[in-house]
Structures are given as C-alpha cells and as structure tokens.
Ligand binder design. Structure first.
Ligand code: NAI
Length: 420
C-alpha cells in the first residue's frame, strides 16, 4: 500500500470525525449498503482529486465498498484534513496522497501519484486531474478513461471550454449541474460554510456589519441569504444584469465594487472569475476591512497586487489571517491567502448537503462503469433518473412525504394546448 500523508497517528481522531459525518449522510449510506452487495465497481481503478474532508472520506469508502481500488489526492493545498487522510489509510485501506499546506510541486506530485494506478474512472473538484491527463497523458493514460465526474462550477467551465475547442479526450459528467447538487450544495452548503469559515478565522460579529458579496450565483445567493440572517447589511456586486435584478428584488443593495469598497466591513468573492478585488479597491477600503474568497481558485482577489502595494505584511495575526498595511496606513486583513475560506478556515460544507452531491458522484460512477465504451466524448449532464433517485432518497431520509399526481392530473397537465 502506498500513501503520502502528514501523520498516520492522527487516524483515531480522523475516524471519529468520518463516522460523525457519515451519520448525517443517509443517502450515501444506503448506496454504500447496496454497493457492498452488488459490487458494481469491482476491480475498477478510481482516481479522485477532491477536498480531503470527512464527507469525501465517506464517498471514498462507498466507492471502495463497490469493489473499486481508490486513490485520492487533494483538490486544494489548504483543504486537506490530515486526520481524515490518516484514517482513510489506516482504517479503510485507501491510498491517500495529501498533506495540508503542501506546496505547488507536492500538490502536482500527488496528482501524478494518483495517476500511477492508471484510473479508468476519475472524480475531480476543479478539473486539475483531468487537465493533467489532457496536458501530459493524452496518448497514454487518457485513452483508458471511461468517464470522469466534475464536482464544481469552475471545473465544468474548464471542461466545456475543452469541449468547445475540440480537445476533450473522454466523456465527462457535470455533477455540479445536477439539480440535487448545485441547488443545495452551492447555495446552502457554501452559504453556511463560508460564513462559518469567516467567523472561525476572525470571531467577528456579523450583525450590524456591512458584508459585500461579489457574485450572485448559486454560492453568492446562499452566502448573502445567510449573512442577512445573521443581521448583516448585505451589498451585492454582479456583472450579469439578470442576477443583479434578482439580488435587488431579494432585498439587497446592488452596486459596483468601486462603490462598495469604501463602505464594506467584510468582502467575500464567489464568482469563479479573476481580479474581482484589485489594488484600487484595497486603497478605497476602510481600515480593518476583511477580505476573503470562496470561489474555487485563488485568483478572485489580486493577492500579488496587495502584496506589492503593502508597506508591510504581518503574517499570523491569527491563524490564516494576514495583516497588510497600505501606504496610507490602513490595514487590510486577508483570510486564507485568498484561497477557499470555507475549507481553509472551516471544515467545508456540512455532511447533510454533501450527502446529495456525493450520492450523485457515486451513482454516476456506477452509471459510467455500466455504460463504459458507449458514452460519447462530451460534457454529459447527469442522467435525470440519478437526480430523481437522490432527491427521493433524501426526502425519505428527512421523513418528508409529498403528493403524487392522480391519473386525471397527469392527463390534465400532459394534454394542455394553446387555447385550452
Ligand atoms: P455561478 O455561475 O452560479 O455564479 C457566479 C456568479 O458570479 C454569476 O452570477 C456571475 O455573473 C458572477 N460574476 C462573474 N464575474 C463577476 C465579477 N467580476 N464581479 C461580480 N460578479 C461576477 O457559480 P457558483 O456555482 O455560484 O460558483 C461560484 C464559484 O464558487 C465557482 O468558482 C465554484 O467553483 C465555486 N464553488 C465553491 C464552493 C466552496 O466550497 N467554496 C462550492 C461550490 C462552488
């Protein structure tokens, strides 16, 4: 067995946390129980590049229960939970290559370690594994891939761009775009965990503060809703006029970042875009402004620009809080070096919501294994039946029953025509 983790002796604590999360993932648990019997992934080599958290651990255990040989590396250098990595290796026999705080070279070395098992199915969060396969292994390992699952908005954007350019090499599934994923994970998961990360890092009171949210997509609207719930005055910045109207009609002030910069106390970017907060904004901000990012890559805040303009940088005011003093004497506090604040400063999304996202991942992996060789090389939507299965299982686990259509209602809804 091979692995590269921080410290195997952390396994005991990791196991307890994995089990704690598992208690709140009933849909994934029911899939695991079926996988144990049916072994739909028997002998399949699976390579995963995901945030190494307690929820991901439960997904890895589910895939292994289905008979897969799984190797896991991190999809972000700061999101790995070292105790979880240790327990996956020691208690569950899963080969993990991830160390919290690893440098860029180690991060990519770990991706290579995952590819060494020559996977036929992959799971990505941000498309780094698939990108490496396209860049370095287009004539070799990429040819073995039956199908690949992508967890996040930014990864799907990258894959669609490959598809448009005609360079996509194998079938991929946009797990992010499944309804049981983005409507809940991105909105309620990112909404809650991003605030949780900011609060854990700073211990700030949110009530009465002005919180500036950049981006009113699924993540941004969840964050704005939760910040409002805690008593913040929320301002939204957008580039999409329709999303901007939605934000305004949801009761938020909408303005340009240039206008929000001088009045915000806490800033959070959730756009998937680059250069959302740049040096001219820092100079306009109040003394003591807090700046964080919860979009996938650390490109939304121009950290290099901030470093260049700052007169001095005092690291470690608190863990993952860096103080930058500008020429004007104002201090700006950057959280988690501009990386995903919810995963770096907190534990990421709660298991209850990852239950659905990772149920979709597991069922789509099974679908790929069943349909290998028959799938077109393109960005696929997750089959509708998978979304419906996950939604029904989740509702059942919540003890919620809903009405069904009567025959008459079905006919009524199905037979509507213009003029009737
Ligand atoms: P989305 O596409 O639904 O929303 C992004 C929004 O940002 C859009 O409304 C877009 O118009 C807006 N936007 C783009 N550039 C902008 C700019 N310069 N200024 C202001 N607004 C701008 O995407 P979603 O699902 O909300 O994801 C956003 C980011 O969060 C992605 O990078 C995604 O991968 C990431 N993500 C992070 C998670 C986490 O755990 N922190 C979980 C899920 C997604």
């Amino acid at each position: 067995m091979q692995y590269d983790i921080h410290n195997i002796s952390l396994a005991g604590a990791g196991k307890k946390r994995i089990e704690w999360a598992g208690r709140d993932m009933p849909v994934l648990e029911s899939i695991k129980e079926r996988f144990e019997v049916e072994k739909p992934l028997d002998g399949v080599n699976i390579g995963a590049c995901l945030h190494v958290t307690t929820e991901t651990a439960n997904l890895m255990i589910t895939l292994a229960s289905g008979g897969a040989n799984v190797r896991l590396c991190a999809s972000n250098p700061l999101s790995t939970q070292d105790d979880v990595a240790a327990s996956l290796v020691k208690d569950f026999g899963i080969e993990v290559f991830a160390v919290r705080g690893e440098d860029r070279d180690t991060y990519y070395k770990h991706i290579q370690s995952v590819l060494e098992i020559s996977p036929t199915i992959t799971h990505d969060d941000g498309a780094d594994l698939v990108s490496t396969l396209h860049k370095e292994y287009s004539d070799t390992l990429a040819k073995n891939i039956w199908g690949s699952m992508e967890e996040t908005t930014t990864g799907v954007i990258r894959l669609k761009s490959l598809e448009r350019g005609g360079s996509l090499l194998f079938p991929v599934f946009a797990v992010n775009d499944a309804d049981t994923k983005h409507l809940f994970d991105n909105r309620y998961g990112t909404g809650q965990s991003t605030l949780d990360g900011i609060i854990r890092a700073t211990n700030y009171l949110i009530a009465g503060r002005t919180v500036v949210v950049a981006g009113y997509g699924w993540c941004g609207r969840g964050f704005a809703m939760r910040a409002k719930g805690l008593g913040a005055n929320v301002i939204v910045t957008e580039i999409n006029p329709i999303k901007a109207i939605e934000a305004a009609m949801d009761g938020f002030r909408v303005m340009r970042m240039d206008d929000a910069a001088p009045i915000g106390d806490i800033f959070c970017t959730l756009t998937g875009d680059i250069d959302v907060i740049v040096p001219r904004h820092f100079e306009m901000m109040k003394d003591g402004a807090i700046v964080a990012n919860s979009g996938h890559f650390d490109v939304e805040i121009d950290v290099a620009g901030l470093e260049k303009m700052a007169k001095s940088i005092r690291r470690g005011v608190r863990p993952l809080v860096d103080e930058y003093t500008l020429p004007s004497g104002k201090r700006i506090y950057l959280l988690a070096q501009g990386r995903l604040v919810n995963l770096a400063c907190g534990e990421g999304h709660p298991p209850d919501v990852m239950d659905m996202s990772f149920a979709v991942q597991a069922l789509t992996a099974e679908y790929v294994a069943k349909n290998r060789g028959k799938l077109a090389v393109k960005v696929h939507s997750v089959p509708k039946e998978i979304d419906e299965t996950v939604a029904s299982l989740k509702l059942a686990s919540m003890g919620v029953e809903i009405d069904g259509l009567t025959k008459k209602q079905e006919e009524y809804l199905g037979s509507w025509e213009i003029g009737t």
